[in-house]
Design a protein around this ligand. Structure first.
Ligand SMILES: C[S@@+](CC[C@H](N)C(=O)[O-])C[C@H]1O[C@@H](n2cnc3c(N)ncnc32)[C@H](O)[C@@H]1O
Length: 369
């Protein structure tokens, strides 16, 4: 068996310190300096990478986000400067597409927009945001939180075991350990998850970093002055659900997924550092943490509904009138036929973004202050 350099580092760590919790393993696989999936090599998203996101599918996603930013800007009284921070921004495609859209259609918003983006790839970890020289009024992220390392638990009898990673016969392998504290069972109990009644073998992921992230992100939004908290919004898009649906008896195997060259696999211990590992996000946990920091719920909806609410159909119609008029006037010509095919392709992309069984089922959470 070929052993990659990151595997060597993981082997050494296990030999020195004993089995790693799955969360520590995932942290190494994704973030180990010099080796981890997110911190090395080329950006992995897009058609040539391991996965694609809504931004890769069509500019419409960014147009709807632009419309959303405009609504928020209005609600805030149209300040002369609208500081937007996008965390986990990848290659910056969303930022670029929003700017293009605003410059073309909303010049006043474009003039106010002070849009910054960060990513772990360029050294800015969303979990350790401390930059208070930039005061964002809106903090947004798309598919960031699902990347944070998760603890994996398995129910057997009355016990909630934690999945750990060890070495068996020269390979990485799972083992169950009994946690020496109640943090993970307290987490599930806190959301009233009746895990003790679930079938043995039930698994779930627990994203403790998501709590830390929401706490820090809320504080970044509110600012350091406790007496004069800033107003603004936090917008989170990701796959996931409310706790009651995420942690159900039916979801027996949990939601951990790996992506390697657009293939979905369920083998997180192979190819550490070369494949993406993600888990669905507990949106109840994000809401609860933000509330504890003094934010209120603005909305929680599906990506499908959010896109509809933010004008995806109007955007589609505008483009049809602007770029595809040949479909109506000259359908029989070569030009008309090409326009028709391109139009179908665009419609297909919008369907992918709004598909209730796919990306349309992502959740969009907006918290406000
Ligand atoms: C699935 S991609 C999404 C990229 C982009 N938001 C989009 O919609 O196309 C996840 C991004 O989050 C970044 N990322 C992962 N963990 C991060 C962290 N702890 N802090 C900042 N960025 C992170 C990755 O480098 C990657 O660019």
């Amino acid at each position: 068996m070929q052993v990659s350099s990151l595997q060597h580092v993981i082997f050494e760590r296990i030999q020195q310190m004993g089995p790693l919790s799955f969360a520590d393993y995932m942290r190494m696989a994704l973030y180990e300096p010099g080796y981890g999936y997110y911190v090395t090599g080329e950006a992995k998203m897009g058609w040539e990478g391991d996965y694609y996101t809504s931004t890769d599918i069509a500019d419409f996603f960014a147009h709807c986000m632009g419309r959303q930013l405009k609504k928020m800007w209005k609600q805030l009284g149209q300040p002369v400067r609208l500081g937007v921070l996008e965390q986990g921004a990848g290659r910056g495609d969303l930022a670029r597409q929003i700017h293009d859209w605003a410059n073309a259609h909303e010049p006043a918003l474009a003039a106010a927009l002070d849009y910054r983006r960060t990513d772990i790839k360029t050294g800015q970890d969303a979990l350790v945001t401390t930059d208070d020289t930039f005061a964002p009024t809106i903090i947004l992220s798309n598919e960031l939180v699902d990347a944070f390392p998760v603890h994996v638990v398995e129910k057997q009898g009355d016990t909630l075991y934690e999945v750990a990673v060890t070495i068996v016969n020269g390979r990485l392998a799972e083992m169950l350990v009994e946690p020496d504290n109640t943090t993970l069972s307290d987490y599930l109990d806190g959301f009233k998850v009746p895990w003790r009644t679930f079938a043995d073998g039930w698994r779930a992921e627990i994203n403790l970093d998501a709590l830390t992230w929401m706490e820090r992100t809320s504080q970044l939004l509110l600012g350091p002055n406790l007496k004069r908290r800033r107003h603004g919004f936090i917008l989170v898009i990701d796959y996931g659900d409310i706790a009651r649906k995420l942690y159900s008896n039916e979801r027996h195997h949990g939601t951990l997924s790996c992506y390697y060259k657009h293939q979905l696999t369920d083998r997180p211990l192979v190819r550490p550092g070369e494949q993406d590992i993600t888990a669905h996000v507990n949106f109840t946990a994000l809401m609860q943490t933000a509330r504890q920091q003094g934010l209120r719920l603005h909305s929680l909806t599906t990506q499908r509904q959010w896109l509809l609410d933010n004008g995806i159909n109007e955007e589609l119609e505008l483009i049809r009138q602007r770029d595809f008029s040949a479909i109506d006037t000259d359908r029989a010509s070569n030009q008309g036929q090409t326009a028709l095919l391109q139009w179908y392709n665009l419609r297909q992309r919008v369907s992918a973004l709004t598909d209730p069984m796919g990306m349309g089922n992502f959740k969009v959470l907006i918290m406000k202050r």
